[in-house]
Design a protein around this ligand. Structure first.
Ligand code: ADP
Length: 505
């Protein structure tokens, strides 16, 4: 535990749909765990509330105990609900388990229950639990559309009941998902849906002729929270300039802040990572070669273990991502072709939830996986992701848009040089080596266009650098491993936000 750097200790409760590693789908899960742990180590009291998904990884929860049985409201009835307490990565969690079908199924999202109504229920059940148990944190930190309605429920209902102290902070991790909701659906959590059907509240104003029947839980969350954070300064600017929520964000500009995500450097640490066949760090990254050899051997790729001449070594590119349009699927596919042409190797570790995308990548996997240079692994595997980051010479993130992006930061921590598209958090964390050769921030290769030519150009430059300037390349590898993208750096900014809403409102 670090010495407290903050003036006063606060009690913070996160309310979230994801938490790494027990219920992680993407970056949201990592961010909540990382931020919670960082605040904890600064001396604050931190809890995390999340749904008790049937698929949750129970074996990774310590001291799981039933603590409260209570009723929470949904659609005219009070549903018997259990709250369990446990510990994950040192953080206290509260799991909310309703006795209906909500959160049953084999995955975090996409169960056969109505997802929107389940999260509306969950948002209220968290406040109800706080009321029943007399828990009044300083800050309730909600995330994404799933818990946006909590802000409405707090200020228009529970604040009039017994909860007085908490203030609400909302973090938006991805503006594309905005929780489209009808007035009737919103009414199911006990609020009067029609009250929120105005432009200055929760109405979804995507069209000129606003449809009062269509609300957005994310927009409601923006309007009703005391502070709204998004996950990088560049994404903040982008969201103020475009997208249908921009007018709402501009109206709420004085409480809208961009804070770059960190990575959890305990979980992501090549010097102690249990998944790696050899450990390494910035002062000595010999072990990284072994990781690359291990992956090449394991996947049947040509190995470059004993090649002394760097120009003969095969650069290994990895791309670890959810396979959705946002991530630049056409560029990922193009990169495989181009890497093969350049005589490199590429491994894609990706999971898709869309049948068509899955079939397309399965087709590509059948085509490539027999060869010697490309591997496409269509699974979600935490363990493999660690080994691949460690093995990689380059990590590719060609996103169409990227609120923050963790893959480039994790890649760097493991000595992989990032090749990224200049958007959102990628623009805040990766700076081109050729653009600013002497710039102290320069750490990777950046392209702007969304076309193949732009991507090829960045890959060409990265490959040339790798092959032609081996000493410089190694210095950059050391440099990226030493960059501090940890939460130590950014958690303090969140603490300032918590502090300001406590005193300002
Ligand atoms: P997003 O939140 O949009 O998915 P981020 O880059 O913020 O994107 O976070 C992605 C996280 O999920 C990273 O920790 C990445 O390593 C991990 N990840 C993505 N796909 C996979 C996969 N198929 N297997 C293992 N980890 C994955």
């Amino acid at each position: 535990i670090e010495v407290n750097k903050d003036n006063e200790f606060m009690h913070i409760i996160h309310v979230t749909a994801e938490l790494a590693p027990i219920a992680k789908v993407g970056g949201l899960g990592d961010v909540v765990t990382g931020l919670a742990r960082a605040c904890l180590s600064r001396g604050h009291r931190v809890g995390v509330m999340l749904p008790f998904y049937e698929c949750i990884l129970k074996e990774q929860i310590n001291d799981l105990t039933l603590i409260t049985s209570y009723d929470s409201y949904h659609d005219g009835i009070w549903i018997p609900t259990n709250a369990y307490c446990g510990v994950v990565s040192g953080v206290t969690i509260i799991l909310i388990e309703p006795s209906n079908q909500f959160f049953k199924g084999q995955s975090v999202y996409g169960g056969s229950y109505n997802e929107l109504e389940a999260y509306l229920f969950f948002s209220r059940a968290c406040l109800e639990w706080m009321q029943v148990t007399g828990t009044q944190p300083d800050i309730i930190h909600v995330h994404e559309w799933q818990t946006g309605a909590l802000s409405l429920l707090y200020w228009d209902m529970y604040h009039y009941l017994s909860l007085k102290k908490p203030r609400i902070v909302l973090t938006i991790h991805n503006m594309e998902h905005f929780g489209e909701c009808s007035k009737e659906q919103l009414s199911k959590c006990g609020l009067e849906g029609s009250v929120y059907a105005s432009i200055d509240r929760a109405v979804d104003d995507r069209t000129v002729n606003h449809n009062p029947e269509r609300l957005s839980l994310l927009k409601g969350g923006i309007v009703y929270s005391n502070a709204v954070v998004t996950v990088s300064p560049t994404y903040l600017k982008e969201t103020l300039c475009s997208g249908w929520l921009s007018s709402t964000l501009i109206r709420n500009r004085d409480k809208y802040i961009g804070i770059l995500n960190g990575i959890d450097t305990t979980i992501w640490n090549p010097a102690s990572d249990v998944f790696l066949p050899a450990k390494f760090h910035a002062q000595n990254f010999e072990g990284k070669k072994l990781c690359k050899y291990y992956v090449q051997r394991g996947l049947g790729l040509a190995t470059d273990d004993h090649v002394a001449d760097m120009t003969l070594k095969v650069p290994l590119v990895v791309c670890i991502t959810r396979l959705v349009a946002q991530k630049g699927l056409h560029l990922i596919i193009q990169a495989m072709k181009h890497v093969e042409k350049l005589g490199g190797q590429m491994i894609v570790l990706g999971k898709s939830t869309d049948g068509e995308v899955e079939r397309e990548f399965e087709g590509l996997a059948n085509l490539h996986n027999q060869g010697r240079s490309i591997r496409i692994l269509l699974i979600y595997s935490e363990e493999l992701s660690h080994i691949l980051y460690a093995a990689a010479d380059m990590v590719l993130v060609p996103s169409m848009y990227e609120p923050c992006g963790l893959a480039q930061m994790i890649g760097m921590r493991y000595g992989a040089i990032p090749v990224v598209r200049k958007t959102g958090g990628l623009a805040d964390t990766v700076f081109d080596l050729d653009d600013q050769p002497n710039h102290e921030m320069a750490n990777g290769f950046v392209f702007e266009g969304i076309d193949e030519v732009s991507l090829n150009w960045a890959m060409d430059r990265a490959f040339a650098y790798f092959r032609d300037k081996p000493d410089k390349w190694n210095r950059i590898v050391k440099k990226v491993m030493e960059i501090d993208n940890s939460w130590n750096n950014t958690a303090g900014k969140y603490v300032e936000v918590y502090d300001s809403v406590r005193t300002r409102w």
